[in-house]
Design a protein around this ligand. Sequence first.
Ligand SMILES: Nc1ncnc2c1ncn2[C@@H]1O[C@H](COP(=O)(O)OP(=O)(O)OP(=O)(O)O)[C@@H](O)[C@H]1O
Ligand SMILES: [Mg+2]
Length: 425
Amino acid sequence: MSPGDETWLREPQDTEWDPSEAERIADSLTRFNTDDVVALALGWTFATPWRQVFGKFPQFSLASGAGSGKTSTALLMANLGGNMIEETASAQQTKFVVTRQMASTTTLPITLDEFKPNEMQDWTLRRLQDLLRLNYDASLAGRGRADQSVVNYQLTAPVILLGEGTRDQTAIVDRIVRPKRSRSRLEESQDYQEAYGHLRASNLGMFALAYQRWALSQTADLESIQIPELGGSLRAAHNHRVVKFGWLMLEKFCREVVGVPLPEIDIDRALVASMENLGYLETRDGKIRPKSTRSDVDILMEAIHDAIVNGLLHPGVHWVRRPQKGDVIIRIGSVLGKLQSTGVRLMDQADYRRIIREGDCPYAEWSDKKQADFTRQDPTHGTMRTKGPLVIDPVKLAEETDIPVALWEGELAMVSEAERLESSQ
Ligand SMILES: Nc1ncnc2c1ncn2[C@@H]1O[C@H](COP(=O)(O)OP(=O)(O)OP(=O)(O)O)[C@@H](O)[C@H]1O
Ligand SMILES: [Mg+2]
C-alpha cells in the first residue's frame, strides 16, 4: 500500500518560509472562535509534534451540536498540525481502516468524524472505544492474518474526535480534552467567520512545517507545566498539561520566529472549562470544585493505579498482595507522600480512615492489625513484616471502578514514564 492511498493524510505543498504570510496567519490564529475553544484547540494541535515524547496523548473531542462548526474546526486544526486534508474521515469505518489510520502517523492530527455513540451498535462502539484507549497510550493493536500470524499496529496518531452527545462518557472521559460548546453561534459572529475564512485561505502547511522543524530544537519538560489544581485524575491532569504545553510552545514560536506575539488568552481558564465540561468539576457555593460523583476513595485508588503504572509506586515497598487471602495491603502513609508530587488533590490519612471506617466503601477496609511482608527501603535489612492500614479487595475494586485486578498481579506492563522517555529519545 502506498502512502498516496491513505486519504486521511496529505502532505503540505509549497512550504517555503514566507515571513509576511506567517505574520498574517499569526494575526488571525486566535480569532476564529471563543478564547476557550481557541486556546484548547491550538494548545492541543501545537503539542502534537511531541506526541511520541509524551507517550500518553489525549484525543481532542469536539462535541457541540449540529452545524456548530465541528468539522470545519477539525480541518483547521489538522491543517495547522501539518495534515492538509480537505475532508474529515468517518469514525464509522471498519475496524481495520480505523486501526490503519491511527497507525499511519506519529505527529499529524487525524480526524474521526460522526462519532455518535447514541446511534452506534454496542459492539461497534466498544470496538472503537478499545482503539481509542490503545491510541491514548500509543499501544499496539494486533490483527490476525489468514496464516495465523499477527500484524501489530502502533496506534500513535493524534486524534480529533467529532461527535454529538455521548452515552457512557466514563469510557473516554479520562482520555480526552473537550472545549465547552460556545453559545454564540458561528453565523452570528462576523469576526469568527472572517478569521476562519482567512485562515482557510492561508498557507497553513508552510506555517505547520516551520513550526515542526522549530519544535525539534525545543526541549519538552511536561512536569514543569503548572496547571490549575482542580482535582480530577492523574490522566486528566496530564492531558491538560499537554494542552498547556502546546499553547506555551505556540506562543514562543510566534514571539521568537514569526515576530508577532499572540494576544494574551487565559489558557488556565480554558483548561478549567474543559475539566468542567468533562464533569470533573462542578460549581458549589459559588466556587468551582472537583465533582463528587466518584468517591474520594475511588479518586485515591485511581491515583494509586496511575502511579503504579507510571512506576512511581512499587510492589513490596508501597503495597503487597497477599497470595493466600488475595487481598492487597497498602502502606497508605508512604503512598500519600509519594502521590504528593503528582498534583492530584488528596485528603489526609485520617480522612480516609474515617470514610472507610464508616463503611461507605465496598472494596476497602481499614485495619490496624493486618500485616504483610514489605521490603525495607534499605536493602540490607531485607524483608520485614510491617502493617499497612488500607486493605483492598481487588475483585470488588475492579467492579466499582475500572481498575483491573491484573494491576496487582504484575501483569500490566509497568513501564515507568522515565524509561519510556529514555527509550523514545
Ligand atoms: N470560525 C468558524 N469555525 C468553524 N466553522 C466556521 C467558522 N466560521 C464559519 N464557519 C462555517 O460554519 C459552517 C460549520 O459547519 P460544520 O460542517 O463545520 O459544522 P458541524 O458541527 O460539523 O456540522 P454537522 O453537525 O452537520 O456535522 C461551515 O460552513 C463553516 O465554513
Ligand atoms: Mg460535521
